[in-house]
Write a protein that binds this ligand. Sequence first.
Ligand code: NAD
Length: 279
Amino acid sequence: MNTSTHDAPPAFSATPLKGQKALVTGGNSGIGKATALALGRAGADVVVNYVSDQPAAENLVKEIEGFGVRAYAHEADVSREDQVVDMVARMVRELGTIDILIANAGLQRDAPLTEMSLDAWNKVLGVNLTGQFLCAREAVKEFRRRGVVPEVSRSAGKIVCMSSVHQLIPWAGHVNYAASKGGVEMMMTTLAQELAPQRIRVNAVAPGAIRTPINRSAWETKQAEAELLRLIPYGRVGDPEDIGTAVVALCSDQFDYVVGTTLYVDGGMTLFPGFATGG
Ligand code: NAD
């Protein structure tokens, strides 16, 4: 392992992830889809995990293959231990290893506290938090087995946890979701601390409001979009591609010294815009 502090980061390239193998959970929709495409465009082979809508996953695989990389779709529920174990084992069998995990799968089951069922609480925690834990655990076993391959990457593996601005901003009526993302932040930093000595980089991306199916009601009508824009200093709702680009950057060797950080990609939503004129 080369631990020299004098290594210059490699020059920027159009395919910074060439030869790496990436898994994107919840990869057939919204942010996951844009991220899977961005990883493929950056030269990585990509496994598109999905839990529903196989045709969307298969179409995406064809699109990714258009970049001249390998790809396949894999059905698995990330909250199920046996299915996550099988998913990573198949990836190692078919692609040889895993270099990058994008723990992206997530959902919302919103309700005011007294109307929130235990099922809705458990479901959101199970997918958004436990799902990331299970995927990280299985990926790290392979990162450690393989170690650093300098021709491929300066690190032994990269994990990007898809968090949310709601790891920071409380969100009334969404206590299960906000708690899951708060948990993701502490899980991410703890894993980053635990795994950095093994040259494994764990970071998070925290999107603000991105135009995807998960939050359709927040941007679908002109009135809803106007309300939403009041929360976004930069004056536009985000696109899934904004997140895909950030993920590729975090996974590249140019970002090799970025460890245990949350990159907010939110048009300034976490700048407390209400205080621009008040307070
Ligand atoms: P989306 O609904 O388009 O995508 C979510 C994906 O997760 C879908 O493919 C869905 O099938 C998958 N999924 C759900 N349960 C799963 C399970 N048990 N196993 C495997 N996959 C499962 O929504 P999105 O906006 O693209 O969300 C992606 C991630 O980004 C989520 O973690 C979400 O919390 C986060 N996020 C989104 C926004 C936003 O504004 N869209 C903001 C902050 C964070």
